[in-house]
Design a protein around this ligand. Structure first.
Ligand code: FRU
Length: 495
């Protein structure tokens, strides 16, 4: 009896000690919610980066994400999981994929294998299949080049539980260090048959692979060696079919790059062209950026959306590898962007990609304020602001009681977000900066999504998008606009 209670006492002491070894997570995190967004997705605790496996199934939008639950800095990657029925309310679910003896679970995608081509489900209950990169961290610390490979896992219960395929990896490493982030989609071939297409980031090019069953993959094409921005490694590609405004078929290839973006650090470039038999042929050599702000990275689009939605839905990671591990949140790190709808538009004969806030975001509006003045108080930390612009230029400044300021503007063909004095920035020397984007065509209206620690600016419904995170010392309280801003509306947004 005495021995038993001594043993219990020792176990109790060990549990207490192990909790204290990571006080940030166990204690502080549960009380310090500073900067927690009100309507952007964040993990409850721990680290998050890229969105993964964006797939729609039976009324649910799944959001898997790069996650390290044991710390607020990047580490052994898991796939965290959340679902939403409306793209604005997210329910966190248990972790979907844990690292194992083959490695960490890096970024990837998920598809609904409706015809059970993989044989991982049954005809009555076809599987949801996740395709991800294994990153063998031990091997990565050696001279080996073969530490990243592609693997699959499947779920037969709408993503609630997952089983890894017993014969992983399905695409072994051919001897290339950076070999990751598989994005898979289903393609209908000219003869009407279907096959799976994988778009993979390979150092600083994109490889295309084809498969009949998600298990056997063959290389069918490569793209990108001498085109586009090459200031860093290419990551998280996504190949998407679109119609141009004149009804022509085009393909868009999203490629995230780190570093080497238009601002310092990470960003997503894209190419527009044709895609046939594994060959992507770009229309031109112009470098295009999906979002000119510093904080929209590794974004990808939803698969298996119902055809009647007839849209391409995108979510990005709202941070930048320059400082992602250092931002001053305590319980968690990083949020996702609001969901955006991508489409092609034409400006003076040049095709560009537009990112408009998803329609569902209107559901967040709780109260509307029509502002007739050039200045107004803000009803909450979470607001949407919409305004019309006269004469192609504007200034909009935010202030708070702490004396911080944040300035958005368009002047002389440049759209800018100046966050130099927008609050805490001493955690990284690159953070306090003014970020600008060229916009040679007319700005007619703007929409802004502001949350506790971010701002997303959409000019002309997303013809130009800029995303920036911010850490104001107190909530933004006041907005002041220049005379050429008209019909100013402020919506209070709910949780
Ligand atoms: C992009 C990225 C991916 C990789 C993942 C690791 O942000 O570097 O290329 O799979 O993050 O967490």
């Amino acid at each position: 009896m005495k021995l038993q209670s001594t043993l219990l006492l020792i176990i109790f002491a060990l549990v207490i000690l192990s909790c204290q070894s990571d006080p940030e997570i166990i204690f502080e995190s549960q009380v310090n919610e500073d900067y927690r967004p009100i309507y952007h997705f964040t993990p409850e605790t721990g680290w998050m980066n890229d969105p993964n496996g964006l797939v729609y199934l039976d009324g649910e939008y799944h959001l898997f994400y790069q996650h390290y639950p044991d710390s607020t800095v990047w580490g052994p990657m898991h796939w965290g999981h959340a679902v939403s029925t409306d793209l604005v309310n997210w329910e966190s679910l248990p972790i979907a994929l844990y690292p194992d003896s083959l490695g960490y679970i890096f970024s990837g995608s998920a598809v609904f294998d409706a015809e059970n081509s993989s044989g991982l489900g049954t005809d009555e209950n076809p599987p949801l299949v996740a395709i991800f990169t294994y990153h063998d961290a031990e091997l990565a610390n050696t001279d080996s080049e073969t530490f990243q490979s592609q693997a699959i896992a499947f779920s037969l219960d709408k993503g609630r539980t997952w089983e890894k395929y017993e014969a992983n990896p399905v695409l072994p490493n051919p001897g290339i260090r950076d070999f990751r982030d598989p994005k898979v989609s289903q393609i209908t071939n000219p003869d009407g048959s279907k096959s799976w297409l994988m778009t993979l980031a390979v150092l600083d090019q994109i490889n295309f692979y084809s498969s009949p069953d998600l298990k056997n993959w063959s290389l069918i094409g490569v793209f990108g060696k001498n085109i586009g921005a090459h200031g860093g490694v290419w990551e998280c590609p996504d190949l998407l079919p679109f119609k141009t405004p004149s009804g022509e078929d085009k393909w868009v290839l999203l490629v995230s790059i780190n570093p080497g973006g238009p601002q310092n650090g990470s960003a997503t470039q894209y190419f527009i062209g044709d895609f046939e038999n594994g060959q992507f042929t770009p229309d031109d050599t112009m470098i295009r950026w999906l979002d000119y702000g510093p904080d929209n990275y590794a974004g990808v689009t939803y698969s298996n959306l119902p055809a009647e939605q007839n849209r391409t839905l995108f979510i990005g990671w709202m941070s930048n590898w320059l400082y992602a591990n250092e931002v001053p949140t305590v319980a968690w790190r990083s949020a996702m962007t609001v969901p955006r709808e991508l489409s092609l538009f034409d400006v003076n004969g040049t095709l560009l990609l537009k990112s408009a806030p998803a329609l569902e975001l209107e559901k967040l509006r709780s109260k509307e304020f029509l502002v007739n003045d050039q200045s107004s108080t803000l009803p909450s930390e979470a607001v949407e602001i919409a305004a019309e612009i006269e004469s192609d230029s504007f200034t909009m400044s935010f202030s708070n009681v702490a004396g911080d300021s944040l300035i958005l503007s368009k002047e002389n063909g440049l759209v800018s977000i100046d966050r130099r004095k927008a609050g805490k920035s001493d955690f990284n020397k690159y953070f306090a900066a003014i970020h600008s984007a060229p916009m040679s065509w007319e700005a007619k209206e703007i929409r802004i999504f502001m949350d506790a620690s971010s701002i997303e600016l959409f000019v002309n419904d997303g013809e130009l998008a800029m995303t920036s995170i911010l850490f104001p010392s107190s909530p933004w309280q006041n907005v002041t606009v220049s005379e050429n801003v008209d019909s100013l509306k402020i919506y209070k947004l709910k949780k």
